[in-house]
Design a protein around this ligand. Structure first.
Ligand code: PBG
Length: 327
């Protein structure tokens, strides 16, 4: 007999053995690519704090949507950048507003070939940058905002969105949107609830992407990073109100939340690897401090391992190639 008699390293000796015993794999169908489309652009425009990500023109958006379908990506999450903003975010509910037009363009292009999702939130459309409408003294007015969300959801469903991504963190938003959709005959429109969405510094580059200048912060509606139990409460409420899919956001700093949520509900769980997570790795890689490709695969695998079945990531297209090379 030799010592040690238990040798876990046996299962790590060759790439073939490691592959055979891997517990987690990320599949392209589980990835969702977030895309930005800006009103009035004729050419795609780079976003400085998100190297490799662009604001699309309507034309380039259609093109990338087709590429994503060809790559087998599970879904697209669309964000609109309007030319004009106002206090109530009128562009969000205008059938000719940039996001609604883009939904129509993409659905026309790809049909049911992938899942077309739209951000259901006002911050891209409001002049103050908040996710809702304000009271005269500047607070975000929960119930008045719900009325805007229901109108926005109806505009997105009418444009053909398969999924509306309720991301504003207003109380009652999922139930309000579900009722409005059902009453208008959109029973089949799926609600993805950003159920546990934290007030995070990791959204920084996103603000550049949508050119939003926020007055104040979002701490009265997004969650405190200190809290985990609160996330479960938010998730349970959203499921009870009719959420079809629940999401945790950001992803990597909140893997404990992803795991707890995955254990506590029986609807699909998504996680959003947000702009700051992307920018952090790209910046380190550009300096030669991290191996970009390995880091991307490792972060996605970790998010999947924690329990997310769907991952929103700006690397979705790159990741498909990397995952194929890995397998
Ligand atoms: C809200 C929304 C935000 C993000 C996605 N949807 C911004 C926010 O809540 O402040 C951030 C995504 C990212 O950082 O990549 N419309």
């Amino acid at each position: 007999m030799t010592y040690p008699d238990v040798r876990p390293r046996r299962l790590r000796r060759t790439a073939a053995v490691r592959r055979a015993v891997a517990e987690t794999r990320v599949h392209p169908a589980e990835l969702v690519l977030p895309l930005f489309v800006k009103e009035g652009l004729t050419e795609p425009k780079p976003i400085a704090s998100l190297p490799g990500v662009v604001q699309h023109s309507r034309e380039s958006l259609r093109k990338v949507a087709t590429e994503a379908v060809a790559a087998g990506i599970g879904g697209l999450m669309l964000f609109g950048v309007p030319a004009q903003r106002d206090a109530t975010g009128s562009g969000a509910t205008d059938p000719d507003g940039i996001l609604n037009v883009a939904i129509r363009d993409v659905v026309h292009e790809v049909g049911d070939g992938t899942v077309v999702m739209a951000d259901l939130c006002l911050d891209e459309f409001t002049s103050h940058g908040h996710c809702g409408v304000l009271t005269p003294d500047g607070a975000v007015d929960n119930d008045a905002t719900l009325a805007r969300y229901t109108d926005m959801a109806l505009a997105q469903a009418a444009a053909g969105a398969h999924v509306v991504g309720a991301s504003g963190m207003m109380d009652g938003q999922v139930g309000a949107v579900r009722r409005a959709l059902d009453a208008a005959g959109h029973q089949d429109t799926i609600i993805l609830a950003y159920a546990a969405k934290y007030a995070s510094a990791f959204y920084g580059p996103f603000r550049d992407a949508v050119e939003s200048t926020l007055t104040g912060d979002r701490k009265t509606y997004q969650q405190d990073p200190a809290n985990a139990r609160e996330a479960l409460r938010e998730v349970q409420l959203d499921v009870a109100e009719g959420a079809d899919i629940v999401m945790v956001k950001p992803a990597l700093p909140y893997l404990d939340i992803v795991a707890k949520v995955a254990d506590s509900v029986d609807v699909p769980v998504a996680a959003y690897q947000v702009s700051g997570e992307y920018a952090m790795v790209e910046a380190a890689a550009a300096n030669g401090w991290l191996d970009r490709d390995r880091t991307i695969v490792e972060t996605l695998t970790s998010i999947r391992r924690a329990g997310a079945q769907m991952i929103l990531t700006y690397w979705a297209l790159d990741a498909v190639a990397l995952l194929r090379a890995n397998d």
